[in-house]
Design a protein around this ligand. Sequence first.
Ligand SMILES: Nc1ncnc2c1ncn2[C@@H]1O[C@H](COP(=O)(O)OP(=O)(O)OP(=O)(O)O)[C@@H](O)[C@H]1O
Ligand SMILES: Cc1ncsc1CCO
Ligand SMILES: [Mg+2]
Length: 285
Amino acid sequence: MKNENQSLEEEEDWGMKTWKNLEKVREISPLIQCITNYVSMDLMANTLLASGASPAMLHCLQEIPDFTPHADALCLNVGTLSPDWLPSMKSAAELVNELGKPWVFDPVAVSASEFRLKTCIELVGLKPAVIRGNASEILALANASRDTHSSKGADSSHGSMDAIEAAKSLAKASGAVIAVSGAVDIITDGQRLVGVHNGVAMMQRITATGCAVTALIAAFVAVDPLHAFEATVSALSIFGVAGELGMDMAKGPASLRMHLIDSLHGLDQATILSQVNISCMSRAS
Ligand SMILES: Nc1ncnc2c1ncn2[C@@H]1O[C@H](COP(=O)(O)OP(=O)(O)OP(=O)(O)O)[C@@H](O)[C@H]1O
Ligand SMILES: Cc1ncsc1CCO
Ligand SMILES: [Mg+2]
């Protein structure tokens, strides 16, 4: 059991760690290759730019051998999956693996179809450093080998807390850090378990905020690939804080989208230290 002082110290540590990680993204400006769905391209690229990273939405198979070696990390997203793009996704993931660079995976609506589920399982086999999904997606991916009922859409019909055990077992099975987004974002590497309490519910009313935060995770992991767990926690917290600040100025989802990006761009150390809300959760085993 930790006493109150110890857990306060831990939270202060997360605030400083998160600020330092953002500073590193701003300083290094990692190049993030995104092979992502059509819906998310604009928000994802603007989220990366506002954080200080450099986005490139390239998905042409013939370009991968020339371009992908220049990327600091890769983000794969199956939101508008089609068979034409699959060879590009696999070839880019294999190439970054060979080059020792990280890639992150967003299994959007993994149980929408048999083809998508099979594709997601194949991509998990290509060893992403991080998998980020909503609770329904992480539950479906973790239970993929079992015959369970799962929802088919891109939005979650479960809370993130419902997916804690699934996230831990998927982390152990895949070797990836698993992030489950929701009211509390859950992050686990199979051993450690952390909750990020930042963000506002209105973020769910903007399409592709989940896709965008997955790309932000890629930027944070790119600048600290040996600490993918901490990088993932930081990225989710930063995005949530930007949402909270944005919400103070927003009138609804459309203006929140704009103010979230502005807030992400303008984040400073004092704001991060006071707003980051991360807790170590005791349920890891
Ligand atoms: N109830 C909530 N309260 C606060 N923040 C939330 C809530 N639900 C989601 N978020 C935040 O919204 C962002 C997107 O998460 P969400 O779970 O909606 O992703 P998603 O379902 O994959 O979205 P999409 O598929 O549209 O990209 C995350 O940063 C998450 O922390
Ligand atoms: C709405 C939607 N449909 C396919 S991808 C996407 C963006 C949210 O994941
Ligand atoms: Mg999603």
